[in-house]
Write a protein of this length. Structure first.
Length: 300
């Protein structure tokens, strides 16, 4: 399905960016990097962003616009495959790069975001190498490392590109990140049979062992609970259920066991109003039934 590009204000700059983006979409097969089809162009936005709707500003042209579009699409991929990306960060990137910068222009807004952008920007440079050329892709990465945003991230990705694509590094290259390619006519990519699932990085039918790659059947991945203090609630349930804290982005804490689903996540909500059961004015929205083999021993 071709992305739908909408304008926020309909200014001349927005119309020009839309026309150029649509020309890029027509000139390049961007199917492997299409994870959302809803795209906004907003002259007033300062920085392009991926969520809740992929939004581009009007400051980028040509290959820079192509790169930004692919970059934000890849955020959608990483969001959908957060279990794989989280494992990559904790198992590999934190060990390989223990001291990453936080804050612009070298890093991102948080430590987790800097690690996440190592994944996104590696995939972005890899995409540009395939769409344009290796020389132009690396030239773009060097430019971003010298005068753009996420400078340390882009510099590291270009310097360590082949190292990060090594087969011995789980998920990060040679199909381990499992970028999926589906036909444009597929009504729902998740319904496509596994034998037609293709890994972009390898360019071959998928041999990877990522659990979620082995089946396209939808599953409950994470149960998200609104709360005023995610850190406190996550710590309580992690201890109660013998789980680990798996993810710590701002205002969201995820707990679980590696390789098991569903997980529990707790997200901060401003002006949170807790339930006051049995008061019908403040009803319970959800509750967890927790089973134990011996209730008396557990209480003790």
């Amino acid at each position: 399905m071709t992305p739908t590009v909408r304008l926020v204000s309909g200014t001349d700059e927005e119309r020009r960016t839309k026309a150029e983006l649509e020309a890029l979409l027509a000139a390049h097969d961007l199917t492997p990097w299409r994870f959302t089809t809803d795209v906004l162009v907003d002259e007033a936005t300062q920085l392009p962003h991926s969520h809740p709707v992929l939004t581009l500003n009007t400051r980028n042209r040509g290959r820079r616009l192509l790169a930004v579009y692919v970059h934000e699409q890849l955020h959608w991929f990483c969001h959908e495959r957060s279990d794989v990306v989280d494992a990559l960060i904790s198992d590999e990137l934190e060990q390989r790069y223990p001291d990453v910068p936080v804050g612009y222009p070298d890093g991102c807004r948080s430590t987790f975001s800097t690690y996440l952008h190592l994944v996104v920007c590696w995939q972005e440079i890899d995409a540009l190498r395939r769409l344009v050329s290796r020389a132009d892709a690396d030239r773009f990465g060097r430019h971003m490392a010298g005068s753009g945003y996420y400078r340390w991230v882009y510099g590291t990705v270009v310097d360590d590109f082949d190292l990060l694509a090594d087969r011995d590094v789980p998920y990060f290259g040679d199909c381990r990140i499992a970028l999926s390619v589906w036909d444009q006519g597929a009504a729902d990519a998740r319904q496509r049979p596994h034998d037609q699932h293709v890994c972009l990085v390898a360019g071959l039918e998928c041999p990877c062992q990522v659990p979620s790659c082995a089946s396209m059947t939808p599953r409950i991945d994470t149960i998200v609970i609104d709360c005023p203090d995610p850190e406190v609630l996550a710590a309580f349930y992690a201890e109660l259920l013998d789980m680990q804290i798996l993810r710590r982005p701002p205002d969201l804490m995820t707990i679980g066991r590696e390789g098991e689903h569903p997980r529990l996540a707790f997200q901060a909500i401003e002006e949170y109003h807790p339930p006051q059961w049995p008061d019908p004015a403040y009803p319970k929205q959800v509750h967890l039934d927790i089973g134990v083999p011996d209730a008396t021993a557990t209480r003790a």
